[in-house]
Design a protein around this ligand. Sequence first.
Ligand SMILES: C[S@@+](CC[C@H](N)C(=O)[O-])C[C@H]1O[C@@H](n2cnc3c(N)ncnc32)[C@H](O)[C@@H]1O
Length: 279
Amino acid sequence: MSDRLKDDLSSVELEVIRKGLLSATGFDIGNYKPGQMLRLLSTIMARAGAETFQEYLALLKREPQRIEDFKHFITINVSEFFRDKSLFDYLDRSIFPPLLEKFKSLKIWSAGCASGEEPYSVSILLEERLRQKFFDYEILATDIDDEALEKGKIGVFPAKALKNVSPVLKESYFDVIEAPRREQGQSEFKVQEKLKKRITFQKQDLLLPLETQKFHLVLCRNVVIYFTEAAKNQMYSNLAQTLLPGGVLFTGATENLLNYRDFGFEKLETYFYRKPFLK
Ligand SMILES: C[S@@+](CC[C@H](N)C(=O)[O-])C[C@H]1O[C@@H](n2cnc3c(N)ncnc32)[C@H](O)[C@@H]1O
């Protein structure tokens, strides 16, 4: 860590930083684990050439573009298609069939979608099912990070993001953009319109009041890792309100909800929690 910010700041100093950033950017770092946030903040200050926090705040106020840079940096948006492949296999094998049996049209929310790898993966699974049986579905994909959302809308991904996508699925759902030979770069993959037309990308902060729409499936994966316990619990309880009875929450592979009952869920399998059907 750079010495621009000490890692043993008092709670009063932390509060000054939190309030300063909240008023300059609208982003509340108080909902995130302090150690992680200070390390990220220290790095972004160093990149901006700010020696002190006050200098960095002044920069944010003088150059508004830095606000988006700040948000982009502080929200880590690494993702890939079919992240934790075995869990996506479970989703496909054990979650979709009963959902589709019960509901003929699915509303799905990828909450914290990064650049779209997650909602596009879900769309691929459903398009494959559509080959056998007709149903309808739509996907809402939200994130707090404008840059990630923009990438999602464009839908062009490097080969490494597709390492879990089989050659058959690549062929069916992507167009290859060959890298110019002399640049010796890697080819990129552009998602086809049949996936794009199912997904709406939209900005949403999961720590503010949530969607009023209701969903049959909500994916919220690898988003809460840096949230404080309180922020995490608040968010899961809000997400539970957005699920229809019988709807399922799919979490990340390190996000085993031990207190799922507190949010009114029943556990289907680790990482899959259902809002009970009405009796
Ligand atoms: C590591 S990515 C996870 C992407 C995808 N869900 C996955 O599992 O691969 C975390 C995403 O959460 C987003 N995020 C972080 N805090 C958020 C918040 N308060 N509201 C909405 N999205 C947030 C970040 O911008 C980032 O794109």
